[in-house]
Design a protein around this ligand. Structure first.
Ligand SMILES: NC(=O)c1ccc[n+]([C@@H]2O[C@H](COP(=O)([O-])OP(=O)(O)OC[C@H]3O[C@@H](n4cnc5c(N)ncnc54)[C@H](O)[C@@H]3O)[C@@H](O)[C@H]2O)c1
Length: 335
């Protein structure tokens, strides 16, 4: 593991609730966020089982954990709505599995829906059977192209149910709905965290699974060119990985978060043209190429994070500029 990610995980350990000797199931554990969550739980002395089909998370994200007796990897596809035989007794289930990049929305729309619906239902049944806490990562996409910005958790969304992003947006919305319904009908200690644009080490780049910051850092390094879509006035509020992980741990481990749903994202709403300029500033000699905005790309995206701040005391610790520098350093070495 390189220095940046090692420091990030240590920082998360220092600033999160203590947890050890627990049994943790992480679906999507080979992915960007999941692999660092695996690192966190292994480093803090827990037992981790990771289920992944490697559709968007590569095996190299977790191969350093292969020899660890507390870590077990099961190659598994959750689209079937089945869970491997012989698993039992997990204290917490993190159901992170889901392809989630805009390129993949078009190519794998049905798979995304099945993973979020059938996978979530299957894992909820196990959470009930094992009396596990059930953590689900939802998304700013559930708000669609919001008319209220900064967007609070109470906003009900402005979502297309037929557009190119719809099986992801509606998949996450339906997953949230079934989690609430499952709790009402059978009882489950769930926690939902709606991520807004997380970035950092190990995020996928390139088509179809790449996300914008990772794509731009790798393209700036390798091709000296990045692509800005539309006029660049569309906004996002990016959050660095270690702050997102601290949020995941606060929400999954603090009792005040039981049966709650929260937004999490950066506190700076930035226009994409300004993000592109920052990347040019970090590398120097990089050209910005312009292409039309993809259909249904949200115009503004920025969370109201009052609820997670007031309920759990979570605050971002890494500014966008600092996170960008750390991510650049990681991608220059590893990307
Ligand atoms: N990164 C973000 O900005 C962001 C924003 C909103 C929501 N989320 C959610 O957070 C979670 C983790 O996202 P990430 O950024 O780490 O993405 P990622 O693509 O890096 O990780 C997802 C992992 O799930 C695995 N997976 C996908 N479908 C599967 C299936 N059918 N069976 C088994 N494994 C499967 C992939 O191989 C990958 O390892 C996802 O649920 C995503 O929707 C992320």
């Amino acid at each position: 593991m390189n220095r940046i990610l090692r420091e990030d995980i240590e920082n998360v350990i220092k600033n999160s609730p203590e947890i050890s000797s627990k049994k943790i199931l992480i679906t999507g554990g080979a992915g960007f966020i999941g692999s660092s969550l695996c690192d966190f739980f292994i480093k803090t002395g827990n037992e981790v089982v990771c289920l992944d089909n490697f559709s968007s998370g590569p095996p190299r994200n977790i191969e350093h954990l292969a020899g660890n007796s507390n870590f077990k990897l099961i190659k598994w596809d959750l689209r079937s709505g089945k869970i491997p035989e012989g698993l039992s007794g997990f204290d917490i289930i993190y159901h992170l599995a889901s392809v989630n990049a805009p390129g993949a929305f078009l190519k794998y729309g049905v798979d995304i829906f099945l993973t979020n619906i059938l996978g979530t239902h299957a894992l909820l049944k196990k959470a009930h059977e094992w009396n596990s806490t059930f953590f689900f990562p939802s998304s700013s996409e559930i708000y669609g192209d919001p008319t209220v910005v900064p967007t609070p958790e109470t906003y009900r969304g402005n979502v297309s149910c037929t557009g190119p992003r719809s099986t992801y947006d509606e998949g996450k919305r339906a997953a949230e709905a079934i989690i609430h319904a499952f709790d009402r009908q059978h009882g489950v200690d769930f926690r939902i965290l709606r991520f807004f644009n997380i970035f950092g080490p190990r995020q996928s780049f390139g088509y179809p699974h790449g996300k914008v910051i990772a794509n731009w850092l790798v393209n700036a390094k390798k091709e000296k060119k990045i692509t800005l879509y539309g006029n660049g006035k569309q906004t996002r509020a990016f959050l660095y990985l270690s702050d997102a992980l601290r949020g995941v741990l606060d929400v999954s481990l603090k009792k005040e978060a039981s049966r709650q749903f929260f937004n999490i994202g950066g506190s700076e709403e930035v226009a994409m043209k300004d993000v592109a300029e920052k990347i040019v500033g970090l590398f120097g000699d990089v050209e910005i190429e312009h292409k039309p905005l993809p259909k249904d790309d949200p115009n503004r995206r920025c969370p109201d994070t009052t609820k997670i701040r007031e309920t759990l005391g979570w605050e971002p610790k890494i500014s966008f500029d600092e996170g960008l520098k750390r991510a650049k350093e990681w991608f220059v070495e590893e990307g």
